[in-house]
Design a protein around this ligand. Structure first.
Ligand SMILES: Cc1cc2nc3c(=O)[nH]c(=O)nc-3n(C[C@H](O)[C@H](O)[C@H](O)COP(=O)(O)O)c2cc1C
Length: 315
């Protein structure tokens, strides 16, 4: 029997690789989803169905990528493939999210990822208000969603670790850490604020890796690393720190869907070189939990890194 060394677990599913396609427009076509399966993706998170599209079914405002019915048709088609298909629901209104959850489950989604994307721009909302809203969404959706479910978090939380523990206690199956911030940019030529999506680079993985490391071994649900995977090295850094799987978008948009094969090959090569037999045995090997006294260790490392930084102008 041939054993696949990359086989892993994701939200309770056995998957062929810990590399999962993150929500992005690459999943808008069924042929692309087939290509993701072919290239060895562990699972696919479809691009988001926005609550705005759900309410007006894409009409009269056409700024949303697809209308609700087309999205549900795609879920239906994709769920016939052999990898887990995860519907992504973007919004915060509990009624809308409930209806959307029922609809994607009926269409055959194997799991649901909730993305309550919000920028903390209301000056009168406290961190506690924002966190309470996320916990309410997780609790309510857990009661409705009869499939595995994950929640995608923003990186701007005041205490991601505490919130992760509270969200985990609602019984959800995983946390995606973290979404990317899309902030407006000041266009000094056009004299306006503009919003552009920028693809990520490996430096963008540091925050997610840090929290995977701190949360490893503390949660019942999965930790899903997201942001900044450019090469197999970042996948390994997430896994060694404690993530159970990793989602990727930018590197596939930049290099094509077949880049999943390159990432998987990179993982396999590293495992062979380090005589590592399977993915579960490497998860969390370098997590913060394994450090003797992590708080003191962190502070010493912090002081050392400032002290050891050099520049010719420091003379
Ligand atoms: C063009 C583009 C479209 C995206 N659309 C969605 C979306 O519909 N829903 C969502 O939850 N995330 C969306 N994302 C965010 C990605 O799922 C992912 O969280 C983010 O890009 C970080 O991963 P990366 O560093 O591998 O790109 C999008 C990202 C890009 C680049």
């Amino acid at each position: 029997m041939i054993v696949n060394p990359l086989s892993s677990q994701y939200l309770g599913f056995s998957i062929a690789s810990p590399i999962v396609v993150a929500a992005c427009p690459l999943s808008a076509k069924i042929e692309n989803i087939e290509a993701m399966q072919e290239a060895g993706a562990g699972a696919v998170v479809l691009f988001s169905l926005f609550e705005e599209s759900h309410i007006n079914n894409g009409e009269p405002d056409s700024q949303y990528r697809v209308d609700r019915d087309s999205y549900l048709r795609l879920v239906e088609q994709a769920s016939d493939l052999n990898i887990p298909i995860i519907a992504s629901l973007n919004g915060t209104n509990l009624d809308h999210l409930s209806q959307m959850t029922m609809a994607v489950m009926e269409a055959g989604a194997h799991a649901v990822e909730y993305n309550p994307y919000h920028l903390p721009i209301n000056l009168m909302r406290s961190g506690r208000d924002i966190e309470d809203e996320l916990v309410e969404i997780a609790t309510e959706m857990r009661a409705i969603c009869q499939r595995p479910m994950a929640m995608k978090l923003m990186p701007t939380l005041s205490s991601p670790g505490y919130l992760a523990m509270v969200l985990d206690s609602t019984g959800i199956d995983g946390l995606v850490m973290f979404n990317r911030l899309y902030l407006p940019q000041v266009d000094t030529d056009g004299m306006e604020l503009s919003r552009h999506v920028h693809l990520s680079h490996k430096e963008d993985s540091a925050w997610g890796i840090h929290w995977a490391s701190l949360l490893h071994g503390k949660m019942n649900g999965s930790i899903i690393g997201n942001s900044g995977v450019e090469h197999a090295e970042q996948v390994l850094q997430y896994l060694l720190s404690g993530a159970n799987a990793v989602q990727v978008a930018s590197c596939l948009i930049r290099n094509g869907i077949d880049y999943i094969t390159t990432l998987n090959r990179g993982l396999k090569d590293w495992m062979e070189h380090h005589e590592c037999e399977d993915i579960p045995s490497l998860i969390g090997l370098l997590s913060e939990q394994r450090q003797a006294d992590s708080t003191a260790h962190d502070r010493v490392q912090y002081m050392k890194s400032l002290h050891n930084f050099h520049s010719p102008y420091f003379k």
